[in-house]
Each structure stands twice: as C-alpha cells, then as structure tokens.
Design a protein around this ligand. Structure first.
Ligand SMILES: [Zn+2]
Length: 171
C-alpha cells in the first residue's frame, strides 16, 4: 500500500520531525506549518479511516475555517457520515471545508467560491504570457461569501496555482 498522499513525506508525517527535503520546502514556502499539522493528523488516523488511497495536497487557513484541498476523492477525506471532517475540525479547532482541485480549474473555483452568484470564469491571456482566471460575480444580496474578496483570490490562487482575479459586476 502506498499510504495517504501528503505534502510531506510519509516518514515525517509519522515521526514528527522534518527531513532535509521537507524542511527546505517549508523554508521555500511550498508547504506551510498547517500542511504539516494536517499531514500528521491524517497519518495518525490512516488505518482508522481507511486513507490508503486518499490524497491531501494543501491547506489554507481562512481565519474562520480551514480549506483542505485534495486532488483525489473528496468523500474519502470527509469520511463516512462526515466523521473524518468532524474529527479534523475538533483537532484544528475550526470548521473544515474539503475541496477537490484537479485539472478542471473552473470546477475548483466554483467549489471554493461557495454560495455566490458566479456568472462566468474567463481565461485571460496576459501580455507576459501567463494566464489569469477572471471570475465574474454578480452583485447579489443573496451572495454568501466565505471570506472577503481579496482573501478568496489569494486562497484560490494558492490552492490552484493559478492567478485569480474576482470581478464584481452589476449593481
Ligand atoms: Zn520529508
């Protein structure tokens, strides 16, 4: 069995120290302390929750909740009857939201935005050759923002590895 796919190596997740490679990735900002904390939680409950084929890629602290991203099956990290997500919330002291992030960037953006009225996502080709995802959101009193606009842009960018710009349209 391969074990749960984590942002740090299996040994570090199990033993509680960081190897040279993982320390370097922490210093470079490729992984965060939160990623390490959550990796260790997953590692400690791998057998209990059958996580051999689960994947955890990145976590973001949104102050009022934590986003946990997976490029695998969301259901595995939620657990039967939501038991694992509940356990994570208790351990981390915050609500946890599991989000699937794969090649389908639009789907990931929609998932991450939550209950706001997204009217379009445009791929914008910038002069410098990089791509920016412009997310169009209709101003709507029923929009339920999970976090302020700038914080959402930053979180989505970190999780998807893409540039994100959220634009509010209409009055
Ligand atoms: Zn390591």
């Amino acid at each position: 069995m391969l074990g749960t796919k984590l942002p740090i190596c299996e040994q570090d997740a199990k033993l509680g120290a960081l190897c040279k490679d993982c320390s370097l990735r922490l210093q470079n900002g490729q992984i965060s302390d939160l990623d390490i904390t959550i990796s260790r939680i997953f590692s400690s409950v791998e057998d209990k929750f059958n996580l051999e084929e689960a994947s955890f890629t990145k976590a973001i602290d949104m102050d009022t909740f934590i986003i946990i991203a997976t490029d695998g099956n969301v259901g595995q990290l939620v657990g039967k009857k939501g038991r694992l997500v509940k356990y994570l919330s208790e351990k981390l002291g915050k609500l946890v939201r599991i989000v699937e992030v794969n090649e389908d960037i639009n789907k990931a953006i929609l998932d991450l935005m939550g209950q706001v009225s997204v009217v379009g996502i445009n791929k914008v080709y910038k002069k410098e050759g990089h791509i920016e995802y412009a997310v169009m959101i209709a101003k709507d009193k029923n929009n339920k923002w999970l976090a302020p606009k700038e914080k959402m842009e930053d979180a989505i960018a970190q999780i998807t590895g893409q540039s994100i710009k959220i634009n509010l349209i209409g009055d």
